[in-house]
Design a protein around this ligand. Sequence first.
Ligand SMILES: [Mn+2]
Length: 504
Amino acid sequence: MVPEDGARWLIQEEGTFPVLKRNLQETNLFSLDLLMNTVMGLSEDVRAVAQELIEQESVTIISHIDADGISGEAILSQALSRAEIRVTSVFVRQLEPLTMRQVPRDESLKLFCDLGAGQQNLIKEHGLSGDEVAIVDHHVSQPCDQDYLQANCLPYGHTKLSAAGVAYLVAKEIDSGNTDLAPLAVVGNVGDMMAREDCGLIGPAKEIAYEGAAHGSVEIRKHDLNCYGISTRPLHVCLSYNDDPFIPGISNNPGGALRFLKNLGVPLQDSLQRWLVWDEIPYEDRRVISSALAQQLLANGGTIARLFCESYLFPGERERTPLRNAQEYATLLNACGRWSRPRVGGNICRGDRGAAYREAEHMLTNHRAIIRELLQFILDSGVTDISHLQYIHVGNRFPDTIVGIGAGMALSKLNREKPILIMVEQPEDPSLTKVSLRATEQMLSRGMDLQEVATMASEKFGGAGGGHRIAAGAFIPRESEQEFIRHVNELLAGQCANKGAGHR
Ligand SMILES: [Mn+2]
């Protein structure tokens, strides 16, 4: 990895599109095609990748095990199969020398999805030439003297489009009939938190959702409740789990949430005494509840800016299941990936609602139980609080694939002013420590950028890191843990100071 150069490159590229970026965020009047034309570079790259793909006899997709990678793979492999191109897929937790061995040495074109942009030197070292590779990604690109064919939205200023989103654009370029894959792109975009900061998808990701809505596979609810679990959790439980925004008397308080709802006089249970989920509550009742929640927030001095969001539902899926909305669908896929069964998630994306779905549900239950355990462990053990950071080491008690999620959940129950850093032992290599970092939108607005911190600090100690501004991770040598933390803290302090200086 070349983090410093990579970071600089990203900043420069973003700097050349300031006006365009603002336009993309402020308007939803553009059609996707118009948007793509405005950003000629990306549509040209998408076309070039699609062109290369349809000339192949066989393609090997190498994709990431998270929701974005799983849905991106499902989009690309279905588009290729439909074009009668042979496809095989490989899933990896990350692209590094060890996992590169899973990339076959055969005649097939190697199509990297949701990874690859940042590992081009590794791809080159693996002996793959320019005409054997295509990359569909949305991560910071690594400078490399081999010019690999790449469709990457990031250098064109689209910071809120996931790999599955780019994969969808490629699939549509292969055949305009592939618009039925739009729901999968929505899952990938939402799963990679592309809708979080703006309380909805923006730019090309938003237009993809609207394409799904146009053919009826996606239902878009504007000004919906910005809350996780709207399709599966009883409303009072759903509300109490939510802390963005934090609503006094309701967040972290299921009893309080239930009393609050009962006072409104709207039905909360169906004729079988089953608790209703938000998704199935009638529109008029949802309005009553929404305005009461807004009043509760305002009465406690809060703002309602983050109370509502645009949400994305899938009306074709069974009610009261995680497949009914993009957020919960993404969690289901993440559970599959994190328990090393990404193919189960892939089968769900291809429409299996039988064996694969049952297996995924089972994994989701386990997934949640272990995350709850981790969360409790963090809260019971307590974190170490330093000037710009809070941190904890969980040893080898938890799988390294879930600590990031646990970190994000713990953050709302800890100091909400500082990012959290969690360290976990690497089971395959005890000389390595895996680090996960999580922040809140508020911290980002104070200048913090975890992607930059993770890459720069890990590089200093001979490790590797990356991710997004709000969520990042790294691998570092075990003996550097304490120095690493000190350095992360310094970098965060520097980012806040810079931001402060810029405002003066
Ligand atoms: Mn991604």
